[in-house]
Design a protein around this ligand. Structure first.
Ligand code: ATP
Length: 259
């Protein structure tokens, strides 16, 4: 799924201007990492793309269409083609892993199938296959409140893989994972994007992971795009500027990527 945003801005109800004058586009099949300091606007940008937030200025187009001019049925169908991996997956704590993964297709299944699947999981093999890719298949029938933060994040990734969306958005999908697992998860997301030619946008705090895996890097600072470059063109100076606070301090001075 391609997307384009033009002079996009978003203001939260409390008056915080999270995004200002953002213009960018992506073709189907592109893999993009969004980096930037905490509070710079990464989640807000992904929330606009997943149509959870409506722009307060400018425009957004998904596959050439303004989602906010679609009928409710069309918007529902569009949303079923967009997957979002949350930093902390919003999964009911007593829910079993398999149910949480199968929920990835609730937007695509008819109501009867969704209800049956909540009681009796209908596609055990499909859910297991997604979890296997993330090295967690032995927890398929476990309750989600028995998992660690990193394991729960992997369930969220498995749910998005099971959904098989055309636009896959991931909001800090590896924030609770060790470096080995982080590479596994990012490689699986990239494989999914390449094999199915879908668009992948991931926000990441791990700058080294972003630069190692993603061909295109968007740096966001104070709600604006600071740069939008191929990974090999992202210099140490650009990273220093991106992460320097308004007081000139570097909050990530000891980060290995920002020497
Ligand atoms: N629900 C909300 N209501 C009001 N302001 C919000 C809300 N969510 C985010 N903000 C504000 O919007 C700005 C951008 O936040 P956002 O969550 O998009 O940043 P982020 O780059 O994803 O941060 P982080 O890396 O810490 O997750 C911040 O100033 C934040 O305080």
């Amino acid at each position: 799924m391609d997307f384009s945003v033009q002079q996009l801005s978003f203001q939260h109800t409390n008056g915080v201007q999270a995004l200002k004058n953002i213009t960018l586009s992506a073709k189907a099949g592109e893999c993009i990492a969004v980096i930037g300091a905490s509070g710079s606007g990464k989640t807000s940008l992904l929330s606009i793309l997943v149509t959870a937030l409506k722009p307060t200025g400018g425009s957004v187009a998904l596959n050439g269409k303004n989602p906010w001019s679609l009928s409710s049925g069309e918007l529902k169908r569009l949303r079923s083609r967009i997957g979002l991996v949350h930093q902390a997956p919003p999964i009911p704590s007593r829910q079993r892993v398999i149910t949480a993964i199968l929920a990835g297709r609730l937007g695509q299944w008819p109501l009867w199938k969704s209800i049956v699947s909540l009681i009796y999981p209908l596609d055990i093999a499909g859910a297991r296959a997604c979890l296997e890719r993330l090295d967690l298949s032995d927890r398929l029938f476990e309750r989600c409140d028995c998992l660690s933060g990193g394991q729960l994040q992997r369930v969220g990734v498995a749910r998005a893989l099971y959904q098989a969306p055309d636009l896959l958005l991931a909001d800090e999908p590896i924030s609770a994972m060790d470096p080995v697992l982080s590479d596994l998860i990012i490689s699986e997301l990239m494989n999914e994007a390449k094999e199915r030619k879908i668009t992948l946008v991931a926000s990441l705090h791990a700058v080294d992971v972003a630069l190692r895996w993603f061909p295109r890097i968007i740096g966001v600072r104070n709600g604006e795009i600071a740069f939008d470059l191929p990974a090999e063109k992202v210099t140490q100076d650009l990273l220093k500027q991106l992460y320097s606070s308004e007081m000139g301090m570097l909050p990530m001075q000891n980060h290995p990527t920002i020497a």
